[in-house]
Design a binder for this molecule. Structure first.
Ligand code: ASP
Ligand code: MG
Length: 407
């Protein structure tokens, strides 16, 4: 008998019929003899609806009261799901985050979970009940209701799984797993049977938006096996777990990409100690996040410096950099906001040489010019012109044989 935490997202509980379908599914697991804790999100659209209401009254709603408001979305679904479970003959009990002592810090609207007292949940499980817990919420030391940030129910589920040492945390959503790349770009993209936490973090942060990144980090930290699967389609989904020695690891797990990139260059800056910080500190102060950084080899005592930012920050970054150019008496500032980043991700890279070469050659064969390159132990990223995104991703997907159909 296993202990399983299942999380159902907003679309999976978006209507009464869907809530009933979830209840049937949960009952199926329960009938097999497993202990089940269910974490639910608010019905789809509900959190946004509540946010809009708040904003009609106050442009910037008081964070404490906003949490009181937003947490009601999940309170609706726990009650409805428990009723639906009861109606199909499955004994269940619903709990808000506060009721099961999901203790968080006091940072309203983006609180972090500190600990969970599992006594009450265990007692119910022992009585054969399904325990239904509201995602996305907890309470701080003083009993104030807190919420965990958008998409936070994933993190609630993982935290409960960690606290109760569950055998698996299953995240039911509207996709049936993690794919080698976006199927809208590469129609023969394949669902991955498994992927490591590390790889998933690279894929997620690079735009494969299946899971809240914080939930993946949390699961990795506490070694909670995490499975992403569809609420609508039968299937095993994708298991996110630790790397196992005996398994033959795939060389490349997937190709992530990011459309919203922009790059900026400052040309002819003095090649002296402290210059990099003089360029980047003002950017950081303006609250702009930097991704890749390249500094060229200096010639004639000057050098060029290029970095990438999110496309939304492009204009702001250009303005900051122009000021820096004047302060440093640099020659010129230039930029391009029609670029994208494509990344090859795979733990197999650690033990295999030559992958970068193969990647660059595949791009060259398509006539794609690489503008920037960065690498980590399990990832190689390139920046290319926006118009080459689809072509580049398809070429790499085929080159590394990631699709359903063999090359
Ligand atoms: N209901 C919250 C949101 O819409 C939390 C979640 O769904 O995970 O962000
Ligand atoms: Mg979600």
């Amino acid at each position: 008998m296993a202990l399983i935490v299942q999380k159902y997202g907003g679309t999976s509980v978006g209507t009464v019929e869907r809530i009933q379908a979830v209840a049937e599914k949960v009952k199926g697991w329960r009938d097999k003899g497993d202990d089940i804790i269910v974490v639910v999100s608010a019905m789809s659209g509900e959190t946004n609806r509540l946010l809009d209401l708040a904003r009609e009254i106050q442009g910037n709603p008081v964070p404490r009261e906003l949490d009181v408001l937003l947490s009601t979305g999940e309170q609706v679904t726990i009650a409805l799901l428990s009723m639906a479970l009861d109606a199909c003959g499955c004994s269940a009990r619903s709990y808000t985050g506060h009721q099961v002592h999901i203790r968080t810090d006091g940072v309203h609207n983006k609180a972090r979970i500190l600990d969970i007292d599992a006594t009450r949940i265990r007692r119910d499980l022992d009585k054969g009940r399904v325990v239904v817990v509201a995602g996305f919420q907890g309470s701080d030391e003083e009993g104030n209701i807190t919420t965990l940030g958008r998409g936070g129910s994933d993190t609630s589920a993982v935290a409960l799984a960690a606290a109760l040492k569950a055998d698996e945390c299953q995240i039911y959503t509207d996709v049936d797993g993690v794919y080698t790349t976006d199927p809208r770009v590469v129609p023969d993209a394949r669902r991955l049977e498994r992927i490591t936490f590390e790889e998933m973090l690279e894929m997620a942060s690079l735009g494969s938006k299946v899971l809240q990144i914080r939930a993946v980090e949390f699961a990795g930290k506490y070694n909670v096996p995490l499975r992403v699967l569809s609420s609508f389609k039968e299937g095993k989904g994708t298991l996110i777990t630790y790397e196992e020695q005996e398994m033959e690891e795939a060389l490349i797990s997937g190709i992530a990409f990011n459309r919203d990139e922009a790059k900026l260059t400052i040309v002819g800056v003095p090649d002296q100690p402290g210059v990099a910080s003089k360029i980047l500190c003002p950017i950081g102060k303006a609250n702009i996040e930097i991704d890749m950084i390249i500094q060229n080899v200096g010639v004639d005592g000057t050098t060029d410096f290029t970095f990438t930012v999110h496309r939304n920050d492009y204009d702001k970054a250009l303005a900051v950099l122009e000021q820096t150019r004047q302060d440093l008496r640099a020659r010129e500032v230039s930029g391009d906001n029609r670029i994208v980043k494509i990344s090859l991700v795979g733990v197999g890279m650690r033990s295999h040489a030559g992958i970068a070469g193969t990647m660059f050659e595949a791009l060259a064969n398509e006539g794609i010019n690489i503008r920037m390159i960065s690498t980590s132990e399990i990832k190689i990223s390139v920046v290319v012109d926006e118009k080459y995104l689809e072509l580049g991703v398809r070429a790499l997907h085929a080159e590394f044989d990631l699709g359903d159909k063999p090359k």
